[in-house]
Each structure stands twice: as C-alpha cells, then as structure tokens.
Ligand binder design. Structure first.
Ligand code: IFM
Length: 441
C-alpha cells in the first residue's frame, strides 16, 4: 500500500510542556532564551495537540489519509533522557496510536525530531558519544510499548539540519557555533540511529527508516572554485548522511575536515545496519559558490528565477525528480525504497471575511511536487509514500509562529482549526488515488 500522509513533530504541535511529568528539552531552554526565536515565541502551548489530539485525528480522518508521521518527545517518555520511564508520557502516544488505528491511519512515529532532553545536553548532547547508546535505550523503551501496533519506525529526523543549525551555526537548539567542529554531532546521531535500528528490531519493530533532508546542489557557475564548493556542500549536506547509512563509509572530507578522530572501529558497520526505507524531506535545491571568509568551504549563492514561499525558499518541483533520480544514480541497488517524509511550503495564509483560506499557491506547490514524484517513479525510483508537511500550522523553530505550513490553519489565540483550500484539494486528490487503486486491483 502506498502511504499517503501528513507529517508533524512533537515540539512543533504538542504544547503541554510541563504536563504529566514531561522533562525539559533543549528546545524549551533555547526558545526561552532572549533573542533565540522570532518575537520570543516558544512551543509551550504550540497547537495544544496534547489536549486536542482527538480533533486532530478527526481532521486526518476527514482528509482520507492512510498514514500519519508524528514524533515522540523523548523528554515526555524519559524526563532525564534515561532512567525512570514516565508512564504518563508513553500513555499519551499509546492513546494516539490506538485512535489512529481505529481511524484506519497507520502511525509512523519518528523517535528524534530535535527535542533532546536537556539533561543529556548537560552531558554534551550529541557531541557526547554516550548519547548514541542512550538513544537506543529510549528507542527500545518506546518500541516495547508500541511495536505491537506500529509497523514502521523512523529513528532520526534530518540529522544534517540538527547538526548544521543546532551545533554548527547556533540557529537552533542547543545553539552551538562550532562550524566544522560540529561533525561529531553528525557521527553520534548516525551511530545512535544504527544502535536504535538494532534495538527496535529486537523489540519487535518490523520496518525501520531514517529521514534525511536532501537537496540537489547546483554550482553557481562552471568555474573551478564554484564546482569545488558545490561538491563540498553536496558532501556535507547529502553524502555525509547517506553514504555511511547506505554504503558503510564516509565520503572523502579530508580537504576541509582534517581528522575523523571520533570514528571508532565498528561504528560504520553499526550505522549501515540495513534499513527498510529511506525517508527523504525535500523543500528546495541549493545553489553554491566558492567560499567567502566565514570558515566554511562554500557559500550560499541563492537560487533565483523561481517563485518563492513566505520563507523565501525557491519553489522548484522538478528538484524533487532531480533529487530522487540522482539518489538512484548514486546508490543504485544500495538504495532502499523511498518515503517522501516531508514536502510542503509556508505561505502567509490569512482567513477571508467568510473564514475561508484560499491557499492556492500551496495547492500548486503540492500538485507540482506530486507530479515530479510520479515522474521520478516513472524513471525507475521506488517511492512508497508521500507525507505533506504539515497537517497544522505550527511552531516553525527559530521563526516561531510566523511561517504557516499547514493544510489546516490554526488560530494560535483560540486554537481554532480551519481546513484551508489545500486540505480540501488533498482530500479530493486522495479520493481519486483510491479510485485508481481500486480499479487497478
Ligand atoms: O518544520 C520543519 C520540520 O521540523 C523539519 N523539516 C523542515 C520543516 C520546515 O522548515
């Protein structure tokens, strides 16, 4: 069955930051520090999904989805990141899973979508190798409770973004500015992934995947310096996270990373523990030029000549086809089936006087990207699912509530949910898919 879903993440929607024994995450800490997020927004309340999950499952049911990707808040399950299990935290996800299954929606949980327990950050976070093993213990704990009903698990969400924004550039929690010294945070996430795959399987999980955020990289020109910089960016954004997973080795980074002294015997074999699918999040291509003076081996030259989202990201649907066929060309038989685990756009959605929200640019975005995905499939890429980001407008990290990605509008003052035009469009699209599937069988 092709999975058609929407995706969300715990800190972006749940709220209830201090309820039922939930511990503090690095995002609670970071968002409460002055100047870290736009207008000082935090995820304390977010979409209040922790209390309104029934309404949100009903919205998904109304869409006709057969899958839902959400994330589990590690500090809700283990307030200190390890040790004593918070049963009330696990109960929440247990209820959610049951409600989804009752609605005919397959739950697809992600175990880590950036909300590391603060207690683990206090011991070095992902810079500390021990965090990898602790992550696997957490994975086993959650699977022990849910694996009887959850067939497909995702270990990490976008380890590149967590490393780059959280550890290299200081734009996300935990707010470190380490530039290329952030690399151990990538390695330990990947090691944690490999250990978690093994722990999940031991606990009865049937299928396991990891989600990478990938981007087609376009050199700003054919000049040697730009080509070299583009290759460096491709290595650090894409290959650093896909090669060890799929090929069991790191790409050559010796030109800008002098030593991989964090790498120990056996790590790469653990990271390459076979997975059942690769999650891909696609938003836009990246255009790269030779470095300026900021210590990185590349510079972002900006993609121009395309429409842009409210974030200013270029809308390039064919980039999804380019990315998928490029992955197939690069990894060939080592590439497992692909799930598009996120794809979407932010728009300044304002309700009209009659309350409707005509987000026609989002409809065009979805149409274009779905067609590009189909084209990649026609060109031989094995894609098994598509999850739109996002079900709800939510807390967009450093941008706070300023970027709306939802198919459903959320009024953050009242928590009123209003399906947008894109929600109605996606529902009709899914109905048509079902009709085709029924005719085919
Ligand atoms: O909101 C994020 C999500 O948490 C991870 N992928 C990209 C989305 C849009 O920025």
């Amino acid at each position: 069955m092709f999975l058609w879903g929407t995706a969300t993440a715990a800190y972006q929607i749940e709220g209830a930051a201090r309820e039922d024994g939930r511990g503090v995450s690095i995002w609670d800490t970071f968002a409460h520090e002055p100047g870290r997020t736009r207008d000082g927004h935090t995820g304390d309340v977010a979409c209040d999904h922790y209390h309104r999950w029934r309404e949100d499952v009903a919205l998904m049911s109304g869409l006709g989805l057969n899958a839902y990707r959400f994330s589990i808040a590690w500090p809700r399950v283990l307030a200190q990141g390890r040790g004593e299990v918070n049963a009330r935290g696990l109960d929440f996800y247990d209820r959610l899973v049951d409600a989804l299954l009752a609605a005919g929606i397959q739950p697809v949980p992600t175990l880590f979508h950036w909300d590391l327990p603060q207690a683990l950050e206090d011991r070095g976070g992902w810079l500390n190798r021990d965090t990898a093993a602790v992550f696997a213990e957490y994975a086993a704990t959650v699977a022990g409770r849910l694996a009887d009903r959850v067939p497909l698990w995702i270990t990490l969400n976008e380890p590149f973004v967590h490393m780059a924004y959280g550890y290299a550039m200081g734009l996300h929690a935990p707010g470190h500015l380490l530039l290329t010294d952030a690399l151990p945070a990538a390695h330990h996430q990947l090691l944690g992934h490999g250990l978690a795959v093994q722990a999940l399987r031991a606990a009865g999980a049937r299928q396991v995947a990891l989600t990478n955020n990938c981007t087609p990289v376009w050199p700003a020109s054919q000049e040697e310096a730009d080509l070299r910089a583009a290759e460096a960016y491709d290595v650090l954004h894409n290959r650093l996270f896909n090669d060890p997973l799929l090929l069991g080795k790191y790409p050559d980074m010796s030109a800008y990373i002098p030593t991989l002294d964090f790498l120990r015997d056996g790590d790469l074999a653990t990271i390459a523990t076979p997975i059942d699918a690769l999650g891909i999040n696609y938003y836009n291509p990246t255009r790269i030029a030779a470095p300026t003076a900021d210590g990185l081996p590349f510079a972002d030259a900006g993609v121009t000549g395309f429409p842009t989202t409210a974030f200013g990201w270029p809308v390039v649907p064919d980039g999804l086809r380019e990315l998928l066929t490029g992955l197939k060309a690069r990894y060939d038989t080592a590439l497992p089936p692909i799930l598009i685990t996120e794809n979407g756009c932010s728009q300044d959605d304002v309700p009209a006087d009659d309350g409707t929200i005509e987000d026609t640019a989002r409809v065009a975005f979805l149409e274009g990207h779905l067609a590009a995905m189909r084209q990649a499939m026609a060109e031989g890429v094995d894609v098994r699912g598509y999850f739109a980001w996002s079900l709800l407008d939510n807390f967009e990290w450093a941008e706070g509530y300023h970027q709306r990605f939802g198919l459903v509008h959320v009024d953050f003052a009242t928590q009123r949910r209003t399906p947008k035009r894109s929600y109605h469009w996606f529902r009709e699209f899914l109905k048509a898919q079902n009709r085709t599937q029924n005719t085919d069988t």
